[in-house]
Design a protein around this ligand. Sequence first.
Ligand code: ADP
Ligand code: MG
Length: 504
Amino acid sequence: MGRAMTESTYRIQGATGDWEVVIGLEVHAQVVSKAKLFSGAATAFGAEPNTQVSLVDAAMPGMLPVPNRECIRQAVRTGMAINAQINKWSRFDRKNYFYADLPQGYQISQLYHPLVGEGEIEITLDEKDPDSATKTIGIERIHVEQDAGKLMHDQHPTRSYVDLNRSGVALMEIVSRPDMRSPAEAGAYLRKLRTILRYVGSCDGNMEEGSMRADVNVSVRKPGGELGTRTETKNVNSVRFVMAAIEMEANRQVDVLEAGGKIVQETRLFDPDKMETRSMRSKEDAHDYRYFPDPDLLPLELDDAFLEECRQSLPELPDAKRKRYEEGLGLSAYNAAGLTAEAETARWFEALLAEGARIQKKSEGEVAKASANWLLSELFGALNRLGKSLDESPVNPEQAAELLALVADGTISGTIAKQVFEIMLETGDAAGKIVEEKGLKQTSDTGAIEAVVAKVLADNADKVAQYKGGKEALFGFFVGQTMKAMQGKANPQVVNELLKKALG
Ligand code: ADP
Ligand code: MG
């Protein structure tokens, strides 16, 4: 947008001075559940149109919704994971509107008495930088509601179709406080929320498939002044687009205000091709929807046993896990953050660590450090090259643990381990078998190494003279030559000692 941003705080510099951006996000997260919120129809993604529609979802006269316990359970677990208040008494309301993908003519939602009340999410601005500032974003509420169907439009001939497979699927609407102040904070918030949802298992967080989408509320004000009028940009479906939409919209608002205009509270849409937001309609207020308690449904009343089961079922959450990796296992903040960003990475790491601790003689902390480094650099590097995700890894944690144990007990060097890993990826063979068959065992045989050292020094008499004349950096060169002559199989520690002695 061409406007500069001050160092630590995000500010839009206008003609009349700096502007602060205020952001609140409403995230719609599709609940992981085999059945819909009020019917037994399936929820699987990608089915043939209209094959997962019950009479309730199609809104046939006389149909009666019955709440699905699992959907409620998932929303409660999500609330607990963000330290939110869980309301033991909540109620469903009808939000009335006409739309072709909503045959009921109303959406069952929760306006007045949501299932989950106030909570919070802590974000780190730069997840990879452990010194980066953290900030707590308030959560206003999480309520449960039905999703609508999907319209498809054909151009030749001009026809519209409706697919009701998604109609009635359970959504959690997670509403933040207007606590974010920059596109980067909004991005960090969305990524953190997605991480938490995936750990809990209540939403797959897949934005491409639409199972997580955000309504982006933006206003601008002079720093510290009154909150400005906001606009709401609907259904933005990637972290990058949310950040872009905020930037576009905030700059547009500054332009309007500085030209003496007013911001109207309205609903806008984001066009990623043109990189702009456009007005869709003026904002409705709650009374426009004629909300009223759904007479087909009793209020939800949760008992202590249900809440206790929800709490017990929660896994160790990302913040707690990261802290344990740092303080309990002695990992660096950087590695702890990298390993806990995705639930799947942490699971893989813990399996690798458990097997390593079982088969190695080293302490858990030492095994943890080596495992963390190897996973984040070697394994992730290889998967990146192969274009595979962690759950498609050709090598499993047990096989990797065997490889790392061979390094730990000195059977092979780190350099050889890289070669062995490449062969494992190609053939699926076990590390021990590869080392055996290819004769890759590291040697600590001082006699053999001494002979090579002597030859390397004799072949490089000029460099030896330079070294003795004070050019100590050449030591690495001699190590390299010796290792090369021994095809990487010499124990590096022994090589170092013998070289020092020989140059002595
Ligand atoms: P509605 O349901 O009508 O959209 P809410 O009061 O539930 O209205 O607010 C929706 C979202 O708008 C929340 O995420 C909130 O944080 C955000 N929000 C409220 N006021 C502002 C503002 N002045 N600027 C930016 N965001 C705001
Ligand atoms: Mg809204």
